[in-house]
Design a protein around this ligand. Structure first.
Ligand SMILES: [Fe+2]
Ligand SMILES: [Fe+2]
Length: 391
């Protein structure tokens, strides 16, 4: 994301292209704009396409029940959608035999068992909170089809994540009510969830997005869900679970968390892009006071997250240092803030877990649906998907 875009208060005007060829990369044939993407050719009525393009906005644009993404205006959202689709995975085909054996033996230390329980307990609620908030607060207010399309894909992925937790709970034969009850009583989890959902009931009742104050509430909700919660408050526990996975323990769970984390990186990127485009079209949102409000919100999220990390790992364990996990919280918070052109909060400039990026983005050529093993992407494409294969 270009931070310069946010900082320069760009104009909200959108110019209707005078040259449709330049706009669509299309050739003109009479009344049609004809363009080729990948193996496919699309013919659009020139005037209708132009009108649809002119009506596209992040919010307050033309709504269309057909969700026709053409002609594309928000190319990056469509690229992220394609990337999300390429990363598709299915939890219930991941083999949990080894996890089950380890869970029912003394393979795990008490600290490691606690971290796995925290992982299941926290994410069982958190994935639902994200899915519900993206559906009712974010997607519902977006008006451009390709933005809704990407947002709907995110909601579907949150369902996959919830499903993966059920797969874990069912495979390990954990009592789901016991897990839920146990984690409802942990103050750091309660506080984290309450902090994120604080304004959701009000936002779900509806916003007047012609008003700056409500546009700011909407922007803050996107920031809260995608940058604070998914982008900062998910990562330390993910890293703890993957540290256990790295020691060849609970590898089925580790694999699912690996895929989940890769999905989350796309959700964070989508949230950042939505914010960028929203502010570009509505520069009245991005006041100095509002930017301070976002930074303060992140700072509160960081404090709550550190309290939670201390609950997960009260002291160092094999291969896990509490200090590094706390630094990781600062590191993630700062990179989310910096990516939006906002001031950072800490002096942590280095990622303490470089190995984690390698784990998440480890690439293998195998296709999951043929082999049902380990890393995969459905299309076999391991780089960013391109809108060139628009279907
Ligand atoms: Fe998720
Ligand atoms: Fe997510």
């Amino acid at each position: 994301m270009s931070t310069a875009v946010l900082e320069s208060y760009p104009t909200a005007e959108f110019d209707i292209p005078s040259d449709i060829s330049a706009e669509f990369g299309a050739r003109e044939e009479g009344n049609h704009a004809v363009f080729t993407i990948g193996q496919k050719t699309f013919r659009l009525d020139k005037e209708k396409a132009r009108a649809r393009m002119a009506g596209k906005r992040v919010i307050n644009g033309e709504r269309s029940a057909e969700l026709n993404v053409l002609p594309l205006k928000y190319h990056e959202a469509y690229r992220i959608y394609k990337q999300m689709k390429a990363n598709h995975w299915e939890p219930d085909v991941i083999d949990m035999t080894k996890d089950c054996n380890q869970w029912n033996s003394d393979a795990l230390s008490p600290k490691e068992r606690w971290i796995v329980e925290m992982g299941v307990g926290y994410f069982s609620a958190a994935e639902g909170i994200v899915g519900d908030s993206v559906l009712h607060v974010i997607e519902d207010n977006l008006t451009a089809a390709e933005l809704k399309h990407a947002s709907l894909r995110q909601i579907a992925e949150e369902s996959i994540h919830m499903d993966s937790l059920l797969h874990i709970i069912g495979s390990l034969n954990i009592d789901i009510d016991e897990v839920t009850a146990k984690f409802q009583d942990i103050p750091s989890i309660r506080k984290k969830n309450a902090f994120i959902t604080r304004h959701m009931p009000e936002l779900k009742r509806g916003m007047d997005l012609t008003q700056t104050v409500d546009k700011q509430k909407f922007a803050k909700a996107i920031f809260g869900i995608t940058q604070v919660m998914e982008g900062t408050q998910f990562y330390a526990l993910f890293a703890m679970i993957l540290s256990i996975h790295r020691q060849n323990k609970m590898t089925g769970i580790g694999q699912m968390f690996q895929y989940t984390l890769r999905d989350e990186s796309n959700h964070i990127a989508l949230g950042r892009y939505l914010l960028e485009q929203l502010v570009k079209e509505n520069p009245d949102i991005w006041t100095p006071e509002f930017r301070e409000e976002l930074v303060a919100f992140m700072a509160e999220g960081v404090e709550l997250e550190k309290e939670f990390v201390r609950d997960c790992l009260p002291e160092d364990a094999v291969g896990m240092s509490l200090g590094e996990f706390l630094s990781y919280v600062d590191y993630n918070a700062d990179r989310r803030l910096a990516s939006l052109g906002l001031p950072t909060l800490s002096n942590v400039k280095e990622n303490p877990f470089l190995w984690l990026d390698e784990v998440i983005f480890l690439k293998k050529e195998k296709n999951f649906f043929e082999t049902r093993v380990t890393e995969y992407q459905t299309s076999g494409s391991v780089q960013n998907a391109s809108e060139d294969d628009l279907i």
